[in-house]
Design a protein around this ligand. Structure first.
Ligand code: ZN
Length: 305
C-alpha cells in the first residue's frame, strides 16, 4: 500500500517519533489533519484521545471544488499525519497530497476500502466513484484497514485503537440496519433518489434504491438541457413524488426539473435536503457520520413512502 512506501522512506523519523510515547517533537499530542467530515468522524473515533484531529472541510463544503486556503495549507504542512478520502474526491488537492507524502504519512481512506466494493464512476471508465462512505458496509472495510495503519503509527496505543475500532464498528452495523429498515419501508416503485449530482450510487446499491443524478459523479461536470428533459420524462412516467437537494451543491439544476414536470402536469416536490459530500454542522445529529446517513434515510423515507 501507499502508506507502506511512505513509511519505508520515513521509517527512521517514525521510530524517533514513536519512542515511548505518542507525542510529536514539540511535546504535545500528534496532530492528524483530515479533509472531509466523514473521514474525520472515522479518524476521531479510532484515535479517541490519543491524537488531535482537525477537519478542514466543514458543513456545506463541496470537496470536488475545494482548494486549500493559505491557512489550510499551513495546517496540512504542520500536520504529523494527513488522512483524506482519495479516488479524486478532493480533485484539486491531488498534487498537494503527492508532495506532502514525501515527508509524512498521507493516507487515503477510501483507497483502503476492499477493492471488490468499488464502483466505476461511469461505465467503461477507469475512475472509481469516490462516494464510498454512502455504503456503510464498504466504508467499514476501509476503516478496518485504517485501524491497522494507525496501529503502525501509534504502536503503544494499539489496544486502545482496537477497542475504539470495535466500538465504532458496532455503531456502524447498527446504523446500517436502521437504514435498511427505513428504505425497505418505501413502496418499491417509489424507491428512487433523484439529486443534482451522482453521490448516492453506493447508497442505492447497498440499500436497494435506484439512484439518478443530473450531473456526473463530480460537481465539476456540467449538465445539459437533454439531461433535464430525460429526467423530467423519467419522473413523469414513474409518477415520482419528490427530488432531493444536496447540502453542498446548488439546487439550480433541480429547479429546472421541477418546472419541466409542472409543464407536463406532474407535481414533484423537493423532498428535503440530503447530505452528500459533507456532514451537517458540528453539534447537530447530522454532524456525525452515522447521524448524517440516518438523517438522509429518514428524509428519503418520509418524502417517498
Ligand atoms: Zn460528490
Amino acid at each position: 500500500m501507499k502508506l507502506i512506501k511512505s513509511l519505508l522512506i520515513f521509517l527512521p523519523l517514525l521510530i524517533l517519533a514513536s519512542c515511548g510515547n505518542t507525542a510529536n517533537p514539540s511535546g504535545g499530542k500528534k496532530k492528524i489533519v483530515v479533509t472531509t467530515g466523514m473521514v474525520g468522524d472515522a479518524v476521531k473515533n479510532l484515535v479517541g484521545d490519543i491524537a488531535e484531529v482537525e477537519v478542514l472541510m466543514g458543513a456545506g463544503v463541496d470537496p470536488h471544488l475545494y482548494k486549500a486556503s493559505q491557512g489550510d495549507m499551513e495546517k496540512l504542512s504542520k500536520a504529523d499525519i494527513i488522512v483524506y478520502n482519495g479516488h479524486h474526491l478532493e480533485g484539486k488537492m491531488t498534487e498537494v497530497f503527492e508532495k506532502m507524502r514525501r515527508n509524512k504519512p498521507v493516507i487515503p481512506l477510501a483507497e483502503l476500502v476492499h477493492e471488490n466494493r468499488y464502483q466505476r464512476a461511469q461505465e467503461g471508465s477507469n475512475m472509481i466513484d469516490p462516494h464510498i462512505w454512502m455504503d456503510i458496509k464498504s466504508w467499514s472495510t476501509g476503516i478496518s484497514n485504517l485501524r491497522e495503519d494507525l496501529i503502525d503509527l501509534f504502536p503503544n496505543d494499539s489496544a486502545k485503537i482496537e477497542s475504539n475500532h470495535d466500538q465504532y464498528q458496532k455503531e456502524l452495523i447498527k446504523t446500517d440496519y436502521q437504514i435498511e429498515l427505513l428504505i425497505g419501508s418505501i413502496p418499491t416503485n417509489q424507491r428512487v433518489i433523484i439529486t443534482s449530482h451522482d453521490a448516492f450510487r453506493y447508497f442505492g446499491l447497498n440499500y436497494g434504491i435506484e439512484v439518478k443524478g443530473l450531473q456526473g459523479v463530480s460537481t465539476v461536470s456540467e449538465y445539459g438541457l437533454r439531461d433535464v428533459s430525460d429526467m423530467v420524462n423519467f419522473i413523469v412516467n414513474r409518477k415520482i413524488k419528490a427530488v432531493f437537494v444536496e447540502s453542498s451543491v446548488s439546487d439550480k439544476s433541480l429547479q429546472a426539473v421541477i418546472e419541466g414536470c409542472a409543464k407536463k402536469g406532474h407535481q414533484v416536490v423537493i423532498g428535503g435536503k440530503l447530505h452528500s459530500d459533507a456532514l451537517g454542522a458540528e453539534g447537530t445529529p447530522e454532524g456525525t457520520y452515522c447521524g448524517m446517513l440516518l438523517h438522509n434515510a429518514r428524509t428519503i423515507q418520509k418524502a417517498l413512502k
